[in-house]
Design a protein around this ligand. Structure first.
Ligand code: FE2
Length: 490
């Protein structure tokens, strides 16, 4: 393995005992390029051809007030597989905020958990006062990587080969782009939404494969909401209005306290992907959903799968450090209790049906992206460590037979979101691999693991050493060589 290091960035973060600035969440500052990574176990499949990209959150400066891990600066990690070999690189996303704080040699924006007026400069996000760290998700669209911020940011375009930041997306609307735009690999389109504190509170947009905004329309909500993810079918997108949102009483004083309004239903908007046709709203049991796995059309019905939270407002987390009691609960899947769930919206009758698909606590699902928006059979979820936002393993569901298989990482080793990477020449929906980065908290090392998606219970078929220990984070994606090159998959 040959490693080239970049010039160090300016860092001022002092050591602390913050639960999300230590262990697997210790920020990484080193930026490297590493050629021909060492395979520790097994072999890299020769029919794995493409790029895995992972976004992580790395706080660079001492925070203004309390730190939430979603405040950390976005860093993309990239591993490229071709002909049984792997190369790695990582770079901070050079957002406006990253650059400004490098120049100031300190934090300029207060985070999610603090009062807006503590920020030293006007900020971003639906809050209006946050640092746009582009640290939540990463997708590939139009041959570029797009790093996004969870509370609506500018969406930063990054070269997927060099990880050089190109700049904010030229089509980005004033209210920004939410963390989870969706890419339809068959059409090359990017589907996105945003939300804000001013009417109509939400918009839906489409950007074509040549980076042109082709569609943008309001999806009015009754007030400011906090939708996190969206899903799509061949003809519709599904947006949401969940009853977990800012307390309107204190929001008037510019304080952002999230509260579950149990008296309200969950509401789902079925919005045509093209044109300005009618938006149909459906109601369902109150919950909050962070992430969907997929959606598709089935006769008169729209089927939507995602992770239903039984306890979206977990309250104070026992034993949490002072000031972090609510944050610890909101980051713990076992506190908010997310389970794989299916909703069916009947376009003819207006009726909603819903059912739980698995009693286990799961989240952060992935699928074979060629089946996104289409009837699909396999979903891959992650398990997490009780009390912590740390991934401990993977579960594969066969949604046709109702069976599943799982793999647990060794104790003290935490994974990353594990997208599905189709095998070259693969025929079945699950003909491919799951790719993930791991962090070994005790050994202070990171690896890339590859699992055979047909047999995930067997564990990794390849373990590859990364040149440094990475920081934990939120989302990752896979892009095949064809999709990177062509912007769509035939
Ligand atoms: Fe997310």
């Amino acid at each position: 393995m040959q490693v080239t290091r970049q010039k160090p960035i300016v860092t001022t973060l002092k050591p602390s005992n913050h639960p999300y600035l230590n262990g697997a969440w210790t920020p990484l500052y080193e930026e490297v390029d590493a050629i021909d990574l060492e395979v520790i176990e097994g072999a890299i499949p020769a029919d794995l051809d493409g790029v895995y990209l992972r976004n992580t959150e790395n706080q660079i400066h001492d925070p203004i007030g309390r730190y939430h891990p979603f405040d950390g600066d976005g860093m993309l990690h990239r591993i490229d597989f071709q002909n049984g070999k792997a190369n790695y690189s990582n770079r901070f996303v050079r957002t406006r905020c990253f650059q400004a704080e490098q120049e100031a040699k300190g934090s300029l924006w207060a985070g999610l958990m603090e009062r807006a007026e503590m920020s030293k400069r006007p900020g971003f996000g639906a809050h209006g006062s946050l640092k746009d760290s582009a640290s939540t998700d990463v997708v590939i669209h139009g041959g570029k990587a797009l790093a996004t911020f969870y509370q609506c940011g500018e969406a930063y375009m990054v070269d997927p080969e060099t990880l050089e930041t190109i700049g904010s997306a030229p089509w980005g609307p004033l209210d920004g782009v939410s963390a989870h735009p969706k890419v339809d690999e068959r059409t090359g389109e990017l589907l996105f939404f945003n939300y804000s504190k001013h009417a109509p509170y939400m918009h839906f947009g489409v950007v074509d494969a040549s980076n042109k905004l082709t569609h943008y329309r309001p999806v009015p909500l009754p007030g400011p909401r906090l939708p996190h993810d969206m899903a799509f079918t061949e003809n519709y997108v599904i947006l949401n209005d969940f009853p977990l949102f800012w307390d309107a009483g204190v929001l008037e004083r510019n304080m952002h306290i999230v509260r579950m309004h149990r008296e309200l239903p969950s509401r789902f908007a079925i919005v045509p992907r093209r044109g300005d046709g009618e938006i149909r709203w459906f109601e369902a049991a109150p919950t909050f959903v962070l992430h969907w796995t997929n959606a598709y059309e089935d006769g008169d019905e729209i089927v939507l799968d995602g992770y239903f939270q039984s306890n979206p407002e977990p309250g104070k987390f026992p034993g949490a450090p002072k000031g972090y009691e609510h944050m610890m609960g909101h980051l713990d899947e076992h506190s908010f209790q997310s389970r794989l769930h299916r909703w069916r919206f009947n376009l003819k009758t207006g009726e909603t049906k819903e059912e739980n698909l698995d009693p286990r606590i799961l989240e952060f699902g992935t699928i074979n992206n060629l089946y996104a928006g289409r009837k699909y059979r396999y979903a891959y979820s992650t398990t997490s460590k009780p009390g912590w936002f740390l991934f401990t393993g993977f579960v594969k569901h066969d949604l046709e037979t109702g069976t599943s298989e799982s793999y647990a990482l060794p104790d003290g080793v935490y994974g990353s979101e594990a997208p599905f990477a189709p095998r070259i020449g693969g025929k079945d929906e699950d003909d491919g691999y799951l790719v993930s980065f791991t962090i070994d908290e005790l050994k202070g090392k990171s690896e890339c693991v590859i699992l055979d998606a047909k047999r995930i219970a067997d564990g990794p078929i390849a373990r590859i050493a990364l040149p440094h220990k990475i920081c934990s984070g939120t989302h990752a994606c896979w892009a095949s060589r064809e999709f990177l090159r062509e912007g769509k998959v035939a």
